[in-house]
Design a binder for this molecule. Structure first.
Ligand SMILES: Nc1nc2c(ncn2[C@@H]2O[C@H](COP(=O)(O)OP(=O)(O)OP(=O)(O)O)[C@@H](O)[C@H]2O)c(=O)[nH]1
Ligand SMILES: [Mg+2]
Length: 275
Protein backbone atom coordinates (compact mmCIF):
# COMPACT_ATOMS: atom_id res chain seq x y z
CA UNK A 1 0.00 0.00 0.00
CA UNK A 2 1.41 3.38 -1.03
CA UNK A 3 1.62 5.73 1.94
CA UNK A 4 0.41 9.26 1.38
CA UNK A 5 -1.24 11.49 3.98
CA UNK A 6 -2.03 15.13 3.31
CA UNK A 7 -5.19 16.17 5.12
CA UNK A 8 -6.81 19.54 4.25
CA UNK A 9 -5.33 21.56 7.08
CA UNK A 10 -1.81 20.75 5.81
CA UNK A 11 -2.21 22.49 2.45
CA UNK A 12 -3.68 25.50 4.31
CA UNK A 13 -0.70 25.47 6.71
CA UNK A 14 1.78 25.18 3.87
CA UNK A 15 0.30 28.29 2.20
CA UNK A 16 0.28 30.17 5.50
CA UNK A 17 3.91 29.30 6.30
CA UNK A 18 4.94 30.38 2.79
CA UNK A 19 3.25 33.77 3.35
CA UNK A 20 4.80 34.55 6.73
CA UNK A 21 8.13 32.67 6.94
CA UNK A 22 10.20 35.64 5.77
CA UNK A 23 9.03 37.71 8.77
CA UNK A 24 10.71 35.23 11.17
CA UNK A 25 14.33 35.57 12.26
CA UNK A 26 15.11 31.94 13.15
CA UNK A 27 13.57 28.65 12.07
CA UNK A 28 13.51 25.82 14.60
CA UNK A 29 13.08 22.65 12.56
CA UNK A 30 12.08 19.74 14.78
CA UNK A 31 13.22 16.40 13.33
CA UNK A 32 12.78 12.89 14.70
CA UNK A 33 16.22 11.77 15.94
CA UNK A 34 15.38 8.20 14.87
CA UNK A 35 14.89 9.25 11.23
CA UNK A 36 16.37 12.72 10.72
CA UNK A 37 16.36 12.57 6.92
CA UNK A 38 13.00 10.90 6.41
CA UNK A 39 11.42 13.33 8.89
CA UNK A 40 12.80 16.42 7.10
CA UNK A 41 10.05 18.00 5.04
CA UNK A 42 11.42 18.97 1.58
CA UNK A 43 8.72 21.64 1.18
CA UNK A 44 9.77 23.37 4.42
CA UNK A 45 13.43 23.11 3.43
CA UNK A 46 12.61 25.04 0.24
CA UNK A 47 10.46 27.64 2.02
CA UNK A 48 13.11 28.34 4.63
CA UNK A 49 15.67 29.44 2.01
CA UNK A 50 18.72 30.84 3.85
CA UNK A 51 17.04 31.62 7.18
CA UNK A 52 19.21 30.58 10.16
CA UNK A 53 18.03 27.16 11.24
CA UNK A 54 18.34 25.01 14.34
CA UNK A 55 17.75 21.34 13.63
CA UNK A 56 16.39 19.84 16.82
CA UNK A 57 16.89 16.05 16.78
CA UNK A 58 13.98 15.37 19.09
CA UNK A 59 13.03 12.13 20.83
CA UNK A 60 16.74 11.35 21.06
CA UNK A 61 15.89 9.44 24.26
CA UNK A 62 14.31 6.82 21.94
CA UNK A 63 17.13 6.79 19.34
CA UNK A 64 20.37 4.79 19.24
CA UNK A 65 22.87 7.19 20.92
CA UNK A 66 25.80 6.22 18.66
CA UNK A 67 23.75 6.81 15.52
CA UNK A 68 22.52 10.17 16.87
CA UNK A 69 26.15 11.23 17.42
CA UNK A 70 26.88 10.32 13.78
CA UNK A 71 23.87 12.41 12.64
CA UNK A 72 25.06 15.45 14.63
CA UNK A 73 28.48 15.18 12.94
CA UNK A 74 26.72 14.86 9.57
CA UNK A 75 24.49 17.95 10.04
CA UNK A 76 27.18 20.11 11.63
CA UNK A 77 29.14 19.89 8.36
CA UNK A 78 26.30 21.79 6.64
CA UNK A 79 26.57 25.57 6.35
CA UNK A 80 24.30 27.63 8.60
CA UNK A 81 22.93 24.56 10.38
CA UNK A 82 23.31 23.50 14.02
CA UNK A 83 21.96 20.12 15.13
CA UNK A 84 20.93 19.48 18.74
CA UNK A 85 20.05 16.01 20.09
CA UNK A 86 17.04 16.66 22.26
CA UNK A 87 14.33 15.47 24.60
CA UNK A 88 11.67 18.17 24.38
CA UNK A 89 10.05 17.03 27.63
CA UNK A 90 13.18 17.88 29.63
CA UNK A 91 13.48 21.38 30.96
CA UNK A 92 17.27 21.01 31.32
CA UNK A 93 17.71 20.75 27.52
CA UNK A 94 15.72 23.78 26.41
CA UNK A 95 18.12 26.54 27.49
CA UNK A 96 20.32 25.54 24.55
CA UNK A 97 17.59 26.44 22.08
CA UNK A 98 17.08 29.97 23.43
CA UNK A 99 20.85 30.56 23.61
CA UNK A 100 21.27 29.38 20.02
CA UNK A 101 18.32 31.51 18.79
CA UNK A 102 19.90 34.61 20.33
CA UNK A 103 23.26 33.76 18.77
CA UNK A 104 21.68 33.29 15.33
CA UNK A 105 19.79 36.62 15.47
CA UNK A 106 22.10 38.85 17.57
CA UNK A 107 20.29 42.11 16.77
CA UNK A 108 17.04 40.93 18.27
CA UNK A 109 15.80 40.18 21.80
CA UNK A 110 15.96 43.88 22.68
CA UNK A 111 13.04 45.98 23.97
CA UNK A 112 10.80 46.63 20.97
CA UNK A 113 12.73 44.12 18.84
CA UNK A 114 11.49 40.64 19.76
CA UNK A 115 13.16 37.65 18.18
CA UNK A 116 10.54 35.77 16.18
CA UNK A 117 11.18 32.04 15.83
CA UNK A 118 8.98 29.61 13.93
CA UNK A 119 8.81 25.99 15.08
CA UNK A 120 8.20 23.70 12.12
CA UNK A 121 8.24 19.96 11.47
CA UNK A 122 6.26 16.85 10.66
CA UNK A 123 3.25 15.74 12.75
CA UNK A 124 3.74 14.21 16.22
CA UNK A 125 7.47 15.04 16.34
CA UNK A 126 7.21 17.12 19.54
CA UNK A 127 6.87 20.77 18.38
CA UNK A 128 4.18 21.71 20.90
CA UNK A 129 6.00 19.81 23.66
CA UNK A 130 9.16 21.81 22.93
CA UNK A 131 7.17 25.07 23.08
CA UNK A 132 5.51 24.12 26.37
CA UNK A 133 8.86 23.21 27.91
CA UNK A 134 10.39 26.47 26.67
CA UNK A 135 7.45 28.44 28.05
CA UNK A 136 7.61 26.55 31.35
CA UNK A 137 3.86 25.91 31.24
CA UNK A 138 1.24 24.23 29.10
CA UNK A 139 0.53 26.77 26.35
CA UNK A 140 0.02 24.43 23.38
CA UNK A 141 -2.06 21.27 23.20
CA UNK A 142 -0.02 18.06 22.86
CA UNK A 143 -0.92 14.41 22.31
CA UNK A 144 0.57 11.15 21.11
CA UNK A 145 -1.05 11.10 17.68
CA UNK A 146 -0.45 13.15 14.56
CA UNK A 147 -2.37 16.38 13.76
CA UNK A 148 -3.00 17.58 17.31
CA UNK A 149 -2.13 21.18 16.39
CA UNK A 150 -4.24 22.36 13.46
CA UNK A 151 -3.62 26.11 13.39
CA UNK A 152 -0.75 28.51 14.08
CA UNK A 153 -0.35 29.84 17.63
CA UNK A 154 1.94 32.64 18.90
CA UNK A 155 3.60 32.21 22.28
CA UNK A 156 5.49 34.98 24.08
CA UNK A 157 8.31 33.42 26.12
CA UNK A 158 8.70 36.76 28.00
CA UNK A 159 12.46 36.72 27.43
CA UNK A 160 12.45 38.67 24.17
CA UNK A 161 11.51 35.63 22.10
CA UNK A 162 8.15 35.12 20.37
CA UNK A 163 7.52 31.56 19.18
CA UNK A 164 5.08 30.36 16.58
CA UNK A 165 3.73 26.81 16.93
CA UNK A 166 2.60 25.34 13.62
CA UNK A 167 0.62 22.24 12.67
CA UNK A 168 2.71 19.24 11.63
CA UNK A 169 3.29 19.32 7.93
CA UNK A 170 3.93 16.48 5.47
CA UNK A 171 4.19 16.80 1.71
CA UNK A 172 1.60 15.94 -0.97
CA UNK A 173 3.53 13.26 -2.89
CA UNK A 174 5.83 10.87 -1.03
CA UNK A 175 8.19 9.58 -3.71
CA UNK A 176 10.48 7.94 -1.16
CA UNK A 177 8.23 5.16 0.12
CA UNK A 178 10.95 3.70 2.37
CA UNK A 179 11.06 7.09 4.09
CA UNK A 180 7.25 7.07 4.27
CA UNK A 181 7.34 3.67 6.01
CA UNK A 182 9.87 5.01 8.52
CA UNK A 183 7.55 7.96 9.16
CA UNK A 184 4.65 5.56 9.64
CA UNK A 185 6.67 3.40 12.05
CA UNK A 186 7.55 6.51 14.09
CA UNK A 187 3.93 7.67 14.43
CA UNK A 188 3.89 10.66 12.06
CA UNK A 189 1.23 9.31 9.67
CA UNK A 190 -2.48 9.14 10.50
CA UNK A 191 -3.86 5.64 11.14
CA UNK A 192 -6.32 6.00 8.24
CA UNK A 193 -3.45 6.17 5.72
CA UNK A 194 -1.47 3.09 6.71
CA UNK A 195 -1.64 -0.66 6.93
CA UNK A 196 -0.13 -1.70 10.26
CA UNK A 197 0.74 -5.19 8.98
CA UNK A 198 2.89 -3.75 6.18
CA UNK A 199 4.51 -1.12 8.40
CA UNK A 200 5.28 -3.75 11.05
CA UNK A 201 6.81 -6.05 8.42
CA UNK A 202 8.99 -3.18 7.14
CA UNK A 203 10.16 -2.26 10.66
CA UNK A 204 10.68 -5.90 11.68
CA UNK A 205 12.90 -6.56 8.65
CA UNK A 206 15.08 -3.59 9.55
CA UNK A 207 15.31 -4.47 13.25
CA UNK A 208 16.12 -8.13 12.49
CA UNK A 209 19.14 -6.94 10.53
CA UNK A 210 20.24 -4.01 12.65
CA UNK A 211 19.10 -4.73 16.23
CA UNK A 212 18.66 -8.54 16.50
CA UNK A 213 19.85 -8.66 20.12
CA UNK A 214 17.23 -6.17 21.29
CA UNK A 215 14.49 -8.24 19.63
CA UNK A 216 15.72 -11.53 21.11
CA UNK A 217 15.89 -9.97 24.58
CA UNK A 218 12.57 -8.13 24.47
CA UNK A 219 10.58 -11.11 23.17
CA UNK A 220 12.61 -13.77 24.99
CA UNK A 221 13.31 -15.65 21.76
CA UNK A 222 15.91 -18.44 21.71
CA UNK A 223 16.59 -17.73 18.04
CA UNK A 224 15.49 -15.25 15.42
CA UNK A 225 12.49 -16.37 13.33
CA UNK A 226 13.32 -16.69 9.64
CA UNK A 227 10.99 -13.99 8.35
CA UNK A 228 9.52 -10.70 9.54
CA UNK A 229 6.03 -12.22 9.34
CA UNK A 230 7.10 -15.10 11.59
CA UNK A 231 8.62 -12.64 14.07
CA UNK A 232 5.39 -10.60 14.24
CA UNK A 233 3.41 -13.83 14.71
CA UNK A 234 5.69 -14.80 17.59
CA UNK A 235 5.11 -11.36 19.15
CA UNK A 236 1.34 -11.74 18.66
CA UNK A 237 1.47 -15.13 20.36
CA UNK A 238 3.42 -13.70 23.29
CA UNK A 239 1.07 -10.73 23.68
CA UNK A 240 -2.10 -12.85 23.36
CA UNK A 241 -3.25 -11.24 20.11
CA UNK A 242 -5.58 -14.06 19.10
CA UNK A 243 -8.87 -14.36 17.22
CA UNK A 244 -11.58 -16.86 18.16
CA UNK A 245 -10.28 -20.32 17.46
CA UNK A 246 -6.84 -19.47 18.83
CA UNK A 247 -5.32 -18.18 15.57
CA UNK A 248 -2.92 -15.22 15.74
CA UNK A 249 -4.56 -11.90 14.78
CA UNK A 250 -2.04 -10.33 12.33
CA UNK A 251 -3.41 -6.79 12.70
CA UNK A 252 -3.39 -6.71 16.49
CA UNK A 253 0.06 -8.37 16.55
CA UNK A 254 1.41 -5.74 14.14
CA UNK A 255 -0.10 -2.91 16.21
CA UNK A 256 1.35 -4.35 19.44
CA UNK A 257 4.82 -4.52 17.86
CA UNK A 258 4.63 -0.97 16.43
CA UNK A 259 3.37 0.44 19.75
CA UNK A 260 6.33 -1.12 21.57
CA UNK A 261 8.75 0.15 18.94
CA UNK A 262 7.36 3.72 19.12
CA UNK A 263 7.45 3.88 22.89
CA UNK A 264 11.06 2.67 23.12
CA UNK A 265 10.13 -0.55 24.94
CA UNK A 266 12.24 -2.64 22.53
CA UNK A 267 15.20 -0.36 23.17
CA UNK A 268 16.83 2.74 21.73
CA UNK A 269 16.49 2.31 18.00
CA UNK A 270 17.34 4.50 15.01
CA UNK A 271 15.60 3.73 11.75
CA UNK A 272 18.21 5.30 9.48
CA UNK A 273 21.90 6.17 9.57
CA UNK A 274 24.09 8.62 7.67
CA UNK A 275 25.40 6.81 4.59
N1 LIG B 1 10.00 10.10 24.23
C1 LIG B 1 9.78 11.36 23.85
N2 LIG B 1 8.51 11.74 23.60
C2 LIG B 1 8.32 13.02 23.21
C3 LIG B 1 9.37 13.95 23.08
N3 LIG B 1 8.85 15.14 22.64
C4 LIG B 1 7.51 14.94 22.54
N4 LIG B 1 7.17 13.69 22.87
C5 LIG B 1 5.84 13.06 22.85
O1 LIG B 1 5.43 13.04 21.47
C6 LIG B 1 4.02 13.20 21.37
C7 LIG B 1 3.69 14.30 20.37
O2 LIG B 1 4.07 15.55 20.91
P1 LIG B 1 3.46 16.95 20.37
O3 LIG B 1 4.25 18.03 21.04
O4 LIG B 1 1.98 17.00 20.47
O5 LIG B 1 3.89 16.86 18.84
P2 LIG B 1 3.60 17.95 17.67
O6 LIG B 1 4.82 17.97 16.82
O7 LIG B 1 3.18 19.26 18.26
O8 LIG B 1 2.40 17.23 16.91
P3 LIG B 1 1.26 17.87 15.93
O9 LIG B 1 0.69 19.07 16.63
O10 LIG B 1 0.29 16.78 15.77
O11 LIG B 1 1.96 18.22 14.65
C8 LIG B 1 3.51 13.48 22.80
O12 LIG B 1 3.02 12.26 23.34
C9 LIG B 1 4.78 13.90 23.53
O13 LIG B 1 4.73 13.61 24.93
C10 LIG B 1 10.72 13.50 23.36
O14 LIG B 1 11.72 14.22 23.23
N5 LIG B 1 10.84 12.20 23.73
MG1 LIG C 1 1.48 20.34 17.98
Amino acid sequence: MKIEWYPGHMSKTSRLIAEVIMSFHVIIEVLDARLPVSSANPVLEKLRQNKPCIKVLNKSDLADPEVTKAWVRHFDKMRGVRALPFDARKRSDVGLVTTLCKRLAPNRCKPGFPLRAMVIGIPNVGKSTLINTLAGKRMARIGDRPAITTCNQQIDLRNGIMLSDTPGLLWPVMDDQEGAYRLAASGAIGDSALDYVEVARFAAEYLMQRYPKLLLERYKLAEMPETATALIEAIGHLRGCLVTGGEIDPHRSAEAFIRELRSGKIGRISLEEPS
